[in-house]
Design a protein around this ligand. Structure first.
Ligand code: DMJ
Length: 437
């Protein structure tokens, strides 16, 4: 790209923008879960009247790799006196695991603070009834953190499968097998009910142990990270069974779901029992992460082609809208919710291939992010990418403290605190392996 600054300069710019977003959180919502940067107001994520300090937990390892050490110290001090999961409220297990259990584990790796490991374990113990009270072993969606009461038996693949990295790591760290066992049992329940084509449904009733409906939307949400964690369980934890499952399911996905339209590669929704198409041609931005996963798993050409398809969307709209109609790239939902999946794919493909195109496209994404999402009080989501200026909403999702800026920074920074040869990140961008201390 003409006029593209050097990597260290881009890393400095990304870090400055992260600091700007972080400043908004500190000013308007310190100690709350999240914030609204336009109105300058705080908001909570899990429970309306309880804060877990979610943004603080999400930011820990980002602050560490960006060497923002005094900010990290302030977070450690806040967590040391406020971290508390003994709360009488129903919390969504999936979000609590990928954001807070993982965030505290990454924070523990970054700082060595044992109370963070204890906090991660305490939260996991409070969430475990989702698994242990389920007749099938696939988890309920919600647990009351104080009473252990569980609710919402109709779940989906992402919420069922995206815990083996965190629970497997907890088993490794504590020597207690119950965490990993729960995750593997959940996987088993969903995979045992695969069709004769080796495809899976999307919605799963955990009490009946059966799929509800027949749509297979993978790799789109809400199936996405179910597959991501199968590969991760092999890569990070060496669990052979997960590699076998991943290989079997991926072969079927590529055989029945991959489609090409106008030379671009996409994934269609199918009936998981027949393999026949059932979708309306929509695909969400969230599925773009799959470019890196399928490439890491050995199908590099497929991953690179899928990334190119999403780059065509970036070319057309500057930022990637929430939902598109893939046959002609038209917009079905014009919001941009500060989604991190495209830069996530760029990040992993860059370290996999060292092909400069991933840095070039990531830099273009960063410039558009800065141009359209920056506000005086931080960064904010967009309600419409079609208007000029793009219409800003009033929300900063905490995952952006963990994901977008971190991926972009690490691609350019050559950080001494990050080992690019052996890293493993969870689905929320938490560095579970590869931090250098
Ligand atoms: C994040 O919370 C995680 O990346 C999750 O896997 C799904 N996507 C959201 C952000 O888009």
């Amino acid at each position: 790209m003409q006029g593209m600054p050097g990597p260290q300069e881009i890393a400095r710019q990304v870090r400055d923008e992260f600091v700007h977003a972080w400043g908004g959180y500190k000013q308007f919502a310190w100690g709350y879960d999240e914030f609204r940067p336009i109105s300058g107001t705080p908001k909570n994520f899990f429970l309306a009247d309880t804060s877990f300090g979610l943004s603080i937990i999400e930011a820990l390892d980002s602050l560490y790799v960006m060497e923002l050490d005094s900010e990290l110290d302030a977070c450690v001090r806040w967590l040391r006196s406020h971290l508390n999961f003994d709360v009488d409220g129903d919390v969504q297990m999936f979000e609590a695991v990928i954001r807070m259990v993982a965030g505290l584990l990454a924070g523990y790796y970054a700082t060595g603070e044992k109370f963070m490991l204890d906090g991660a374990r305490d939260l996991a113990d409070r969430l475990l009834p989702c698994f242990t009270k389920s007749p099938s072993g696939a988890p309920y969606r919600y647990a009351n953190l104080q009473t252990g009461a569980v609710s919402k038996p109709e779940s989906n693949l992402a919420e069922i499968g995206s815990n083996v990295l965190e629970f497997g790591d907890l088993t490794r760290l504590t020597g207690d097998q119950k965490y990993l066992d729960a995750s593997l049992k959940a996987y088993e329940a969903a995979i045992a009910k695969r069709s004769s084509l080796d495809l899976l449904g999307t919605t799963f009733n955990v009490e009946k142990g059966e799929y509800v409906g027949s749509e297979d939307v993978a790799p789109d949400e809400p199936a996405d990270s179910f597959y991501e964690y199968l590969w991760g369980a092999w890569q990070m934890l060496g669990i052979e069974r997960c590699r076998t499952w991943w290989t079997m399911l991926t072969k079927a996905m590529l055989a029945y779901k991959l489609t090409r339209v106008n030379g671009r590669l996409w994934f269609k929704t199918v009936d998981f029992r027949t393999g026949l198409p059932t979708g309306d041609g929509s695909i969400t931005e969230l599925s773009s992460f799959y470019a890196e996963l399928v490439a890491k798993g050995g199908y590099r050409a497929v991953g690179e082609a899928f990334y190119s398809s999403w780059t065509a969307v970036l070319d057309r709209y500057e930022l990637i809208p929430e939902v598109i109609f893939y046959p002609d790239l038209s917009i079905m939902d014009p919001r941009y919710w500060l989604r991190p999946e495209y830069p996530n794919a760029a990040f992993d493909l860059w370290f996999l291939t060292h092909d400069e195109q991933y840095r070039r496209t990531a830099y273009r994404y960063f410039r558009a992010l800065r141009e359209h999402c920056r506000a005086p009080g931080g960064y904010t989501v967009l309600t419409d990418v079609r208007t000029r200026p793009m219409r800003q909403g009033d929300y900063f999702p905490a995952y952006s403290f963990s994901e977008n800026f971190k991926y972009l920074y690490l691609m350019f920074a050559d950080s001494p605190r990050f080992d690019a040869t052996r890293y493993y990140l969870n689905t929320e961008g938490k560095i579970m392996r590869g931090l250098r201390t």
